[in-house]
Write a protein that binds this ligand. Sequence first.
Ligand SMILES: [Zn+2]
Length: 452
Amino acid sequence: MILRADWVLPVARDPIEEGEVVVHNGVIVDVRRRSGTRGGADVLDFGEAIILPGLVNTHAHLELTALRGAIEDLPFFEWIRRLVELKKLLSEGEWRDSTLWGALEAAASGITTIADTTDTGASLYAMVQVGLRGRVYQEVFAVEPDADASRTLRALEDRLQWLRRSTQGTPVEIGVAPHTLYTVRPHIMQTLRQYTREKGYPVCIHAAESQDEIALLERGEGKFAQMYDGRGIPWQAQGKHPVDLLHEGGWLDERTLLVHCVHTSPHHTELFASSRTAIAHCPQSNAKLYNGIAPLSDWLAQGVRVGLGTDSVVSNNSLDMFAEMRSAVTLQRAVHGESSCLTTRRVVELATLGGAQALGMAERTGTLEPGKQADLCVLSLAGWHHFPTYDPYAALVFSARAGDVLMTMVGGKTIYQHGEFPLLRESVSALRERLRHTVRRVRQALSDDGSG
Ligand SMILES: [Zn+2]
Protein backbone atom coordinates (compact mmCIF):
# COMPACT_ATOMS: atom_id res chain seq x y z
CA MET A 1 0.00 0.00 0.00
CA ILE A 2 1.29 3.47 -0.87
CA LEU A 3 0.03 6.63 0.87
CA ARG A 4 0.75 9.92 -0.84
CA ALA A 5 0.35 13.59 0.02
CA ASP A 6 1.76 17.03 -0.74
CA TRP A 7 3.86 16.64 2.42
CA VAL A 8 5.25 13.69 4.32
CA LEU A 9 6.66 14.51 7.74
CA PRO A 10 8.83 11.62 8.93
CA VAL A 11 9.91 13.59 12.08
CA ALA A 12 13.08 11.46 12.09
CA ARG A 13 14.31 13.61 9.19
CA ASP A 14 13.35 16.66 7.12
CA PRO A 15 9.87 16.98 5.57
CA ILE A 16 9.45 15.52 2.10
CA GLU A 17 7.46 17.57 -0.40
CA GLU A 18 5.42 15.40 -2.75
CA GLY A 19 6.17 12.38 -0.62
CA GLU A 20 4.87 8.88 -0.09
CA VAL A 21 4.90 6.20 2.59
CA VAL A 22 5.03 2.56 1.57
CA VAL A 23 3.39 0.11 3.97
CA HIS A 24 3.64 -3.68 3.84
CA ASN A 25 2.10 -6.08 6.38
CA GLY A 26 1.46 -3.26 8.82
CA VAL A 27 5.06 -2.05 8.75
CA ILE A 28 6.60 0.97 7.04
CA VAL A 29 8.99 -0.19 4.34
CA ASP A 30 9.86 3.10 2.66
CA VAL A 31 9.40 6.87 3.09
CA ARG A 32 10.39 8.77 -0.02
CA ARG A 33 9.67 11.28 -2.77
CA ARG A 34 6.65 10.38 -4.87
CA SER A 35 7.54 7.50 -7.19
CA GLY A 36 6.27 6.71 -10.67
CA THR A 37 3.85 4.08 -9.37
CA ARG A 38 0.42 4.78 -10.86
CA GLY A 39 -2.72 5.32 -8.81
CA GLY A 40 -4.74 2.18 -8.20
CA ALA A 41 -6.32 0.07 -5.52
CA ASP A 42 -3.15 0.14 -3.43
CA VAL A 43 -2.27 3.83 -3.89
CA LEU A 44 -4.10 6.34 -1.72
CA ASP A 45 -3.35 9.91 -2.77
CA PHE A 46 -4.52 12.49 -0.21
CA GLY A 47 -3.30 15.44 -2.27
CA GLU A 48 -3.36 18.70 -0.31
CA ALA A 49 -2.47 17.08 3.04
CA ILE A 50 0.30 16.13 5.46
CA ILE A 51 1.10 12.53 6.36
CA LEU A 52 2.68 12.48 9.81
CA PRO A 53 3.42 9.91 12.52
CA GLY A 54 0.38 9.07 14.62
CA LEU A 55 0.12 11.38 17.62
CA VAL A 56 1.10 10.01 21.01
CA ASN A 57 -1.08 11.24 23.86
CA THR A 58 0.91 10.49 27.01
CA HIS A 59 -1.85 11.28 29.47
CA ALA A 60 -5.61 10.86 29.30
CA HIS A 61 -8.53 9.56 31.34
CA LEU A 62 -10.82 8.33 28.57
CA GLU A 63 -13.43 7.10 31.03
CA LEU A 64 -14.25 10.70 32.05
CA THR A 65 -15.41 11.69 28.56
CA ALA A 66 -19.11 11.80 29.54
CA LEU A 67 -18.27 14.58 32.02
CA ARG A 68 -16.76 16.93 29.43
CA GLY A 69 -17.75 20.48 30.35
CA ALA A 70 -19.59 19.42 33.53
CA ILE A 71 -17.19 21.19 35.91
CA GLU A 72 -16.09 24.63 34.83
CA ASP A 73 -14.44 27.74 36.27
CA LEU A 74 -13.45 26.05 39.52
CA PRO A 75 -9.98 26.06 41.07
CA PHE A 76 -8.18 22.73 41.26
CA PHE A 77 -9.26 21.62 44.72
CA GLU A 78 -12.94 22.45 44.22
CA TRP A 79 -12.75 20.94 40.73
CA ILE A 80 -11.38 17.61 41.95
CA ARG A 81 -13.90 17.44 44.83
CA ARG A 82 -16.76 17.89 42.37
CA LEU A 83 -15.24 15.31 40.04
CA VAL A 84 -15.11 12.72 42.84
CA GLU A 85 -18.83 13.35 43.49
CA LEU A 86 -19.85 13.12 39.82
CA LYS A 87 -17.88 9.91 39.32
CA LYS A 88 -20.20 8.20 41.78
CA LEU A 89 -23.15 8.72 39.41
CA LEU A 90 -21.98 6.52 36.56
CA SER A 91 -22.77 2.82 36.21
CA GLU A 92 -20.47 0.23 34.71
CA GLY A 93 -22.20 0.41 31.33
CA GLU A 94 -21.99 4.17 31.33
CA TRP A 95 -18.26 4.05 32.05
CA ARG A 96 -17.83 1.82 29.01
CA ASP A 97 -19.84 4.15 26.78
CA SER A 98 -18.03 7.19 28.11
CA THR A 99 -14.65 5.61 27.46
CA LEU A 100 -15.61 4.39 24.02
CA TRP A 101 -16.65 7.88 22.97
CA GLY A 102 -13.25 9.12 24.14
CA ALA A 103 -11.41 6.43 22.19
CA LEU A 104 -13.39 7.33 19.05
CA GLU A 105 -12.57 11.00 19.53
CA ALA A 106 -8.88 10.08 19.89
CA ALA A 107 -8.87 8.05 16.68
CA ALA A 108 -10.67 10.83 14.79
CA SER A 109 -8.09 13.32 16.11
CA GLY A 110 -5.06 11.53 14.66
CA ILE A 111 -4.00 9.90 17.92
CA THR A 112 -2.61 6.39 17.49
CA THR A 113 -1.08 5.80 20.93
CA ILE A 114 -2.57 6.68 24.31
CA ALA A 115 -1.30 6.29 27.84
CA ASP A 116 -4.59 6.15 29.70
CA THR A 117 -5.03 6.22 33.45
CA THR A 118 -8.14 4.34 34.47
CA ASP A 119 -10.00 3.76 37.69
CA THR A 120 -12.68 1.47 36.25
CA GLY A 121 -10.53 -0.39 33.69
CA ALA A 122 -13.00 0.53 30.93
CA SER A 123 -10.38 2.20 28.74
CA LEU A 124 -8.89 -1.14 27.81
CA TYR A 125 -12.13 -2.33 26.23
CA ALA A 126 -12.50 0.94 24.34
CA MET A 127 -8.93 1.15 23.07
CA VAL A 128 -8.97 -2.44 21.86
CA GLN A 129 -12.32 -2.02 20.14
CA VAL A 130 -11.25 1.14 18.30
CA GLY A 131 -7.80 -0.26 17.45
CA LEU A 132 -5.59 2.17 19.38
CA ARG A 133 -2.10 1.35 20.61
CA GLY A 134 -1.06 2.31 24.10
CA ARG A 135 -0.88 1.56 27.74
CA VAL A 136 -3.58 1.33 30.37
CA TYR A 137 -2.41 2.28 33.83
CA GLN A 138 -4.64 0.82 36.53
CA GLU A 139 -5.19 3.49 39.19
CA VAL A 140 -4.76 2.81 42.89
CA PHE A 141 -6.28 4.98 45.64
CA ALA A 142 -5.64 4.27 49.33
CA VAL A 143 -6.30 7.31 51.46
CA GLU A 144 -7.54 5.77 54.73
CA PRO A 145 -4.84 5.74 57.41
CA ASP A 146 -5.54 2.08 58.18
CA ALA A 147 -5.51 1.06 54.50
CA ASP A 148 -4.29 -2.51 54.40
CA ALA A 149 -1.32 -3.09 52.10
CA SER A 150 -1.96 -6.75 51.35
CA ARG A 151 -5.66 -6.17 50.70
CA THR A 152 -4.87 -3.26 48.35
CA LEU A 153 -2.33 -5.40 46.54
CA ARG A 154 -4.72 -8.34 46.15
CA ALA A 155 -7.39 -6.09 44.63
CA LEU A 156 -4.80 -4.61 42.27
CA GLU A 157 -3.52 -8.05 41.25
CA ASP A 158 -7.03 -9.27 40.43
CA ARG A 159 -7.60 -6.24 38.25
CA LEU A 160 -4.22 -6.58 36.51
CA GLN A 161 -4.82 -10.23 35.82
CA TRP A 162 -8.10 -9.41 34.12
CA LEU A 163 -6.45 -6.59 32.15
CA ARG A 164 -3.57 -8.84 31.08
CA ARG A 165 -5.95 -11.49 29.78
CA SER A 166 -7.91 -8.92 27.82
CA THR A 167 -4.84 -7.37 26.18
CA GLN A 168 -3.39 -10.57 24.76
CA GLY A 169 -2.78 -10.14 21.05
CA THR A 170 -3.53 -6.39 21.16
CA PRO A 171 -1.16 -3.41 20.95
CA VAL A 172 -2.19 -2.32 24.46
CA GLU A 173 0.07 -2.83 27.48
CA ILE A 174 -0.63 -2.68 31.20
CA GLY A 175 0.85 -0.47 33.90
CA VAL A 176 0.10 0.67 37.44
CA ALA A 177 -0.84 4.19 38.54
CA PRO A 178 -0.64 4.98 42.23
CA HIS A 179 -2.84 8.08 41.89
CA THR A 180 -0.85 10.69 43.84
CA LEU A 181 1.11 11.01 47.07
CA TYR A 182 -1.93 12.69 48.66
CA THR A 183 -4.39 9.91 47.80
CA VAL A 184 -2.16 6.90 48.47
CA ARG A 185 -0.67 6.44 51.95
CA PRO A 186 3.14 6.19 52.28
CA HIS A 187 3.08 2.58 53.50
CA ILE A 188 0.94 1.58 50.52
CA MET A 189 3.29 3.47 48.17
CA GLN A 190 6.14 1.40 49.57
CA THR A 191 4.33 -1.87 48.91
CA LEU A 192 3.40 -0.74 45.40
CA ARG A 193 7.00 0.21 44.61
CA GLN A 194 8.22 -3.20 45.62
CA TYR A 195 5.46 -4.94 43.68
CA THR A 196 5.78 -2.98 40.42
CA ARG A 197 9.54 -3.37 40.44
CA GLU A 198 9.34 -7.09 41.08
CA LYS A 199 6.76 -7.64 38.34
CA GLY A 200 8.29 -5.15 35.90
CA TYR A 201 5.18 -2.97 35.54
CA PRO A 202 5.62 0.53 34.16
CA VAL A 203 4.30 3.20 36.50
CA CYS A 204 2.41 6.48 36.17
CA ILE A 205 1.95 8.99 39.02
CA HIS A 206 0.39 12.48 39.12
CA ALA A 207 2.93 14.73 40.85
CA ALA A 208 3.38 18.39 41.78
CA GLU A 209 0.23 19.42 39.93
CA SER A 210 -1.11 22.03 42.37
CA GLN A 211 0.17 24.22 45.19
CA ASP A 212 -2.41 22.61 47.49
CA GLU A 213 -0.76 19.23 46.98
CA ILE A 214 2.64 20.63 47.91
CA ALA A 215 1.24 22.51 50.92
CA LEU A 216 -0.22 19.25 52.26
CA LEU A 217 2.87 17.11 51.75
CA GLU A 218 5.44 19.70 52.82
CA ARG A 219 3.63 21.43 55.66
CA GLY A 220 0.32 19.68 56.34
CA GLU A 221 -1.49 22.87 55.29
CA GLY A 222 -3.88 24.06 52.59
CA LYS A 223 -7.21 22.89 51.21
CA PHE A 224 -6.41 19.16 51.11
CA ALA A 225 -5.18 19.31 54.71
CA GLN A 226 -8.39 21.09 55.78
CA MET A 227 -10.51 18.53 53.95
CA TYR A 228 -8.78 15.54 55.55
CA ASP A 229 -9.05 17.28 58.89
CA GLY A 230 -12.79 17.90 58.37
CA ARG A 231 -13.33 14.23 57.47
CA GLY A 232 -11.41 13.02 60.49
CA ILE A 233 -8.65 11.51 58.36
CA PRO A 234 -5.32 12.20 60.04
CA TRP A 235 -2.51 13.23 57.69
CA GLN A 236 1.06 13.54 58.86
CA ALA A 237 2.98 16.01 56.66
CA GLN A 238 6.11 14.35 55.31
CA GLY A 239 7.95 17.65 55.22
CA LYS A 240 9.10 17.32 51.64
CA HIS A 241 8.20 18.18 48.09
CA PRO A 242 6.38 15.32 46.27
CA VAL A 243 9.19 14.82 43.75
CA ASP A 244 11.76 14.54 46.56
CA LEU A 245 9.52 12.01 48.28
CA LEU A 246 9.23 10.01 45.06
CA HIS A 247 13.00 10.14 44.68
CA GLU A 248 13.50 8.85 48.22
CA GLY A 249 10.91 6.15 47.66
CA GLY A 250 12.85 4.84 44.66
CA TRP A 251 10.19 5.79 42.11
CA LEU A 252 12.31 7.85 39.75
CA ASP A 253 13.52 5.66 36.91
CA GLU A 254 13.01 5.13 33.21
CA ARG A 255 9.88 2.99 33.68
CA THR A 256 8.12 5.81 35.56
CA LEU A 257 5.96 8.46 33.92
CA LEU A 258 5.20 11.48 36.08
CA VAL A 259 2.19 13.58 35.10
CA HIS A 260 2.22 17.43 35.34
CA CYS A 261 5.23 18.35 37.57
CA VAL A 262 4.12 21.99 37.28
CA HIS A 263 5.67 23.16 40.54
CA THR A 264 9.16 21.76 40.22
CA SER A 265 12.61 23.36 40.48
CA PRO A 266 15.92 23.06 38.57
CA HIS A 267 16.97 20.53 41.23
CA HIS A 268 14.01 18.35 40.24
CA THR A 269 14.89 18.76 36.57
CA GLU A 270 18.32 17.30 37.37
CA LEU A 271 16.68 14.37 39.13
CA PHE A 272 14.40 13.71 36.13
CA ALA A 273 17.33 13.87 33.71
CA SER A 274 19.74 11.71 35.70
CA SER A 275 17.12 9.06 36.54
CA ARG A 276 15.64 9.06 32.98
CA THR A 277 12.18 9.60 34.49
CA ALA A 278 9.65 10.62 31.84
CA ILE A 279 7.11 13.42 32.14
CA ALA A 280 3.66 13.82 30.61
CA HIS A 281 3.32 17.56 30.05
CA CYS A 282 -0.33 18.76 29.98
CA PRO A 283 -0.16 22.54 29.43
CA GLN A 284 -3.87 23.12 28.73
CA SER A 285 -5.08 21.19 31.76
CA ASN A 286 -2.54 22.94 34.00
CA ALA A 287 -3.58 26.37 32.75
CA LYS A 288 -7.31 25.69 32.82
CA LEU A 289 -7.29 24.40 36.40
CA TYR A 290 -5.36 27.48 37.59
CA ASN A 291 -2.28 25.38 38.36
CA GLY A 292 0.33 27.27 36.35
CA ILE A 293 2.88 26.61 33.62
CA ALA A 294 5.39 23.78 33.94
CA PRO A 295 9.13 24.41 33.31
CA LEU A 296 9.08 22.63 29.94
CA SER A 297 11.89 24.72 28.41
CA ASP A 298 14.14 23.83 31.32
CA TRP A 299 13.33 20.11 31.03
CA LEU A 300 14.09 20.09 27.32
CA ALA A 301 17.33 22.03 27.78
CA GLN A 302 18.45 19.36 30.28
CA GLY A 303 17.43 16.42 28.11
CA VAL A 304 14.47 15.21 30.18
CA ARG A 305 12.19 12.74 28.36
CA VAL A 306 8.90 14.59 27.78
CA GLY A 307 5.69 13.77 25.95
CA LEU A 308 2.51 15.82 25.59
CA GLY A 309 -0.79 14.86 27.15
CA THR A 310 -4.29 16.23 26.87
CA ASP A 311 -5.36 14.98 30.31
CA SER A 312 -9.09 14.23 30.60
CA VAL A 313 -11.71 16.23 28.73
CA VAL A 314 -13.02 17.45 32.09
CA SER A 315 -9.88 19.54 32.39
CA ASN A 316 -9.16 20.39 28.74
CA ASN A 317 -11.93 19.95 27.08
CA SER A 318 -10.90 17.95 24.03
CA LEU A 319 -8.31 15.41 22.90
CA ASP A 320 -7.00 17.83 20.27
CA MET A 321 -3.23 17.32 20.30
CA PHE A 322 -2.75 20.13 17.77
CA ALA A 323 -4.23 22.56 20.29
CA GLU A 324 -2.00 21.01 22.96
CA MET A 325 1.09 21.61 20.80
CA ARG A 326 0.03 25.20 20.18
CA SER A 327 -0.47 25.82 23.91
CA ALA A 328 2.86 24.21 24.79
CA VAL A 329 4.71 26.56 22.44
CA THR A 330 2.80 29.75 23.12
CA LEU A 331 2.79 29.41 26.93
CA GLN A 332 6.57 28.81 27.03
CA ARG A 333 7.21 31.76 24.70
CA ALA A 334 4.90 33.97 26.74
CA VAL A 335 6.72 33.13 29.96
CA HIS A 336 10.34 32.78 28.83
CA GLY A 337 10.50 35.00 25.76
CA GLU A 338 13.40 34.26 23.45
CA SER A 339 15.03 31.95 25.96
CA SER A 340 12.33 29.35 25.32
CA CYS A 341 13.87 26.69 23.10
CA LEU A 342 10.51 25.55 21.81
CA THR A 343 10.24 25.65 18.01
CA THR A 344 7.37 24.26 15.96
CA ARG A 345 9.55 21.32 14.90
CA ARG A 346 10.50 20.54 18.49
CA VAL A 347 6.90 20.49 19.70
CA VAL A 348 5.79 18.21 16.85
CA GLU A 349 8.62 15.90 17.95
CA LEU A 350 7.24 15.97 21.50
CA ALA A 351 3.76 15.03 20.31
CA THR A 352 5.09 12.05 18.34
CA LEU A 353 8.60 10.70 18.97
CA GLY A 354 8.94 12.36 22.39
CA GLY A 355 5.76 10.68 23.60
CA ALA A 356 6.86 7.32 22.19
CA GLN A 357 10.20 7.67 23.98
CA ALA A 358 8.52 8.71 27.22
CA LEU A 359 6.43 5.50 27.08
CA GLY A 360 9.36 3.32 26.00
CA MET A 361 7.65 2.57 22.66
CA ALA A 362 9.96 4.42 20.26
CA GLU A 363 11.19 1.25 18.61
CA ARG A 364 7.68 0.66 17.30
CA THR A 365 6.12 4.07 16.81
CA GLY A 366 6.66 7.85 16.91
CA THR A 367 8.31 8.45 13.51
CA LEU A 368 7.79 7.42 9.90
CA GLU A 369 10.81 5.19 9.32
CA PRO A 370 11.29 1.83 7.62
CA GLY A 371 10.92 -0.98 10.13
CA LYS A 372 8.47 0.85 12.40
CA GLN A 373 4.80 0.02 12.71
CA ALA A 374 2.62 1.93 10.25
CA ASP A 375 1.15 4.30 12.88
CA LEU A 376 0.26 7.51 11.10
CA CYS A 377 -2.36 10.13 10.46
CA VAL A 378 -3.26 12.30 7.51
CA LEU A 379 -4.18 15.94 8.03
CA SER A 380 -6.04 17.87 5.36
CA LEU A 381 -4.62 21.23 4.27
CA ALA A 382 -7.72 22.05 2.25
CA GLY A 383 -9.40 24.29 4.85
CA TRP A 384 -9.50 28.11 4.78
CA HIS A 385 -7.21 28.24 7.78
CA HIS A 386 -4.46 26.26 6.03
CA PHE A 387 -4.02 28.20 2.82
CA PRO A 388 -1.30 29.00 1.92
CA THR A 389 1.05 26.50 3.59
CA TYR A 390 4.74 27.38 3.50
CA ASP A 391 5.92 25.13 6.26
CA PRO A 392 4.22 21.89 7.36
CA TYR A 393 5.48 22.20 10.97
CA ALA A 394 3.94 25.65 11.34
CA ALA A 395 0.71 24.37 9.77
CA LEU A 396 0.46 21.55 12.32
CA VAL A 397 1.19 23.74 15.33
CA PHE A 398 -0.42 27.07 14.50
CA SER A 399 -3.25 26.29 12.04
CA ALA A 400 -4.30 22.68 12.46
CA ARG A 401 -7.18 21.31 14.50
CA ALA A 402 -8.27 17.78 15.24
CA GLY A 403 -11.20 18.12 12.81
CA ASP A 404 -8.72 18.37 9.90
CA VAL A 405 -7.70 14.73 10.32
CA LEU A 406 -8.76 12.63 7.33
CA MET A 407 -7.40 9.25 8.31
CA THR A 408 -5.70 7.45 11.20
CA MET A 409 -3.83 4.15 10.91
CA VAL A 410 -2.37 1.87 13.60
CA GLY A 411 -0.04 -0.95 12.58
CA GLY A 412 -1.26 -0.65 8.99
CA LYS A 413 -4.95 -0.92 9.97
CA THR A 414 -7.17 2.05 9.24
CA ILE A 415 -8.95 2.89 12.49
CA TYR A 416 -10.55 6.11 11.24
CA GLN A 417 -11.27 7.51 7.82
CA HIS A 418 -13.68 10.24 6.69
CA GLY A 419 -15.99 9.93 9.70
CA GLU A 420 -15.99 6.11 9.83
CA PHE A 421 -14.38 3.68 12.27
CA PRO A 422 -13.78 0.49 10.28
CA LEU A 423 -12.97 -1.74 13.29
CA LEU A 424 -15.88 -0.59 15.48
CA ARG A 425 -18.54 -3.23 16.05
CA GLU A 426 -21.28 -0.97 17.33
CA SER A 427 -23.33 1.94 16.13
CA VAL A 428 -22.00 5.42 16.89
CA SER A 429 -25.49 6.91 16.87
CA ALA A 430 -26.77 4.34 19.40
CA LEU A 431 -23.75 5.11 21.58
CA ARG A 432 -24.46 8.83 21.35
CA GLU A 433 -28.07 8.24 22.28
CA ARG A 434 -27.11 6.26 25.38
CA LEU A 435 -24.65 8.97 26.40
CA ARG A 436 -27.42 11.58 26.11
CA HIS A 437 -29.21 9.70 28.88
CA THR A 438 -26.12 9.81 31.06
CA VAL A 439 -25.71 13.52 30.45
CA ARG A 440 -29.33 14.16 31.46
CA ARG A 441 -28.70 12.36 34.76
CA VAL A 442 -25.50 14.29 35.42
CA ARG A 443 -27.24 17.61 34.66
CA GLN A 444 -30.05 16.66 36.99
CA ALA A 445 -27.57 15.88 39.77
CA LEU A 446 -25.78 19.15 39.18
CA SER A 447 -28.99 21.18 39.39
CA ASP A 448 -30.15 19.26 42.50
CA ASP A 449 -26.81 20.23 43.94
CA GLY A 450 -27.69 23.88 43.25
CA SER A 451 -24.59 24.27 41.14
CA GLY A 452 -25.79 23.36 37.65
ZN1 LIG B 1 -4.58 13.00 35.07
